[in-house]
Design a protein around this ligand. Structure first.
Ligand code: ZN
Length: 378
């Protein structure tokens, strides 16, 4: 009899979820997560792990490599190539903690590290992480630098790719609240992409393998996330890291960790990112049967979600809805969320964490509405 284990079963998912919720009291919470937050956690890793320094960033911060597992399937994971996108790093650290102490999931842990060898860069852009910026210290987007290699971080990643020669790569990012799925729109807590290798978006055997991993993650988590999972546009970006790695034959899975209602520190998202990672690796370890076409069932990522909508406000002679997004601002070493006017329009087709009535509100100008927002919702 052939047993098809294409996704995590409910018991595994429940156990992993309970494990994560049990650990969460000790998790660092702020969205800004820097090298000085990371280093002590890496120093504390036990004998499962081999930690070394791969090289230095442009501003001479260390870029680390963590090796774990001894299996024949090689998986390269890198996080925080955009410095202000820390959820993937935190999820990877949770994964390390789980490897050391898997609770009731020892068999799954043993299968993963027995079948796979994982090579992880837990912060590719420490200079951007320090500043809480997407870009590096010279405003280079590491995710568009694969061909030019202006940044030393890009060469470090590509040297490792060449030397390690992985079967799979996981490219971990964060996306903003605006990304949504479905109608009425829900926030996309996770979004996935199997990057294209060419302009016609060919479905090559390598891309199919990427799609299979994503299909396994989607099937495992769509219930727990009530469908808050999106599929990124697979338009070909000639300078993007994932597109080029995929073109070179490395199956490269993009995970975007997004918003979960009310969860501005992304604690829930972090949990789901951890679960996605384990379910993706589980698929690789077990060679589980999954139809790559499931990838195309994942709803498209759209931009129809806001942090807040104030309905039916009057500005001058016109009535409409205020669309508000929370701009992230670094104050000292903490990230603050500043309510900022995104648009004034009919937003009946949009979702938001918070939708309030503005029937009683009249402003002389858009600037007045902006000033009111800044004061009213502190
Ligand atoms: Zn990113």
């Amino acid at each position: 009899m052939i047993v098809y284990i294409c996704e995590m079963n409910k018991k595994e998912l429940d156990n992993l979820t309970a494990w994560h919720e049990d650990q969460s009291h000790s998790n660092p919470e702020d969205r800004r997560f820097t090298l000085s937050d990371l280093e002590p956690l890496l120093k504390n890793l036990g004998p499962f792990f081999d930690v070394s320094v791969l090289g230095q960033s442009f501003e001479s911060r260390s870029i680390y490599k963590v090796m774990v597992g001894s299996g024949g399937k090689k998986v390269l994971i890198w996080t925080q190539m955009h410095g202000n996108e820390s959820t993937g790093t935190k999820a990877v650290l949770d994964f390390f903690k789980w490897i050391e102490n898997p609770g009731s999931q020892t068999n799954l842990r043993d299968k993963l590290i027995g079948s796979c060898t994982l090579c992880v860069i837990p912060m590719l852009n420490p200079d951007g992480a320090e500043r809480y910026t997407r870009l590096d210290s010279r405003d280079i987007d590491l995710n568009r630098d694969v061909l030019e290699r202006k940044a030393p971080e890009s060469s470090i990643l590509q040297e490792l790719l060449k030397n390690f020669d992985p079967d799979y790569c996981f490219n971990m990012h964060d996306q903003r609240t605006i990304f949504s799925v479905g109608f009425p729109p829900q926030t996309a807590t996770l979004s996935f992409l199997a990057p294209s290798e060419d302009e016609v978006r060919s479905v090559t055997p390598g891309r199919m393998r990427t799609m299979e991993v994503i299909a396994a993650m989607y099937q495992s988590l769509k219930g727990a996330l009530s469908g808050r999972i999106g599929r990124y546009t697979d338009e070909f970006y000639p300078a993007a890291t994932g597109d080029n790695f995929q073109k070179m034959g490395y199956s490269t899975i993009l995970i975007e960790s997004g918003h979960f209602p009310g969860d501005y520190q992304r604690k829930q998202t972090r949990k789901f990112t951890f679960l996605a990672l384990v379910s993706g690796l589980r698929h690789i370890a077990y060679d589980s049967q999954v139809d790559y076409k499931t990838y195309f069932e994942i709803p498209d990522n759209e931009k129809r979600y806001l942090d807040r909508i104030v309905k039916n406000v009057r500005i001058g002679e016109r009535r409409g809805d205020l669309g508000v997004y929370f701009k992230e601002r670094l104050v000292g070493d903490q990230v603050e969320f500043v309510p900022t006017l995104d648009c004034f329009d009919d937003l009946s087709g949009f979702g938001a964490d918070d939708i309030v009535s503005g029937d009683h509100l009249t402003f002389a100008s858009r600037e007045d509405a902006e000033n009111w927002l800044a004061i009213e919702f502190i």
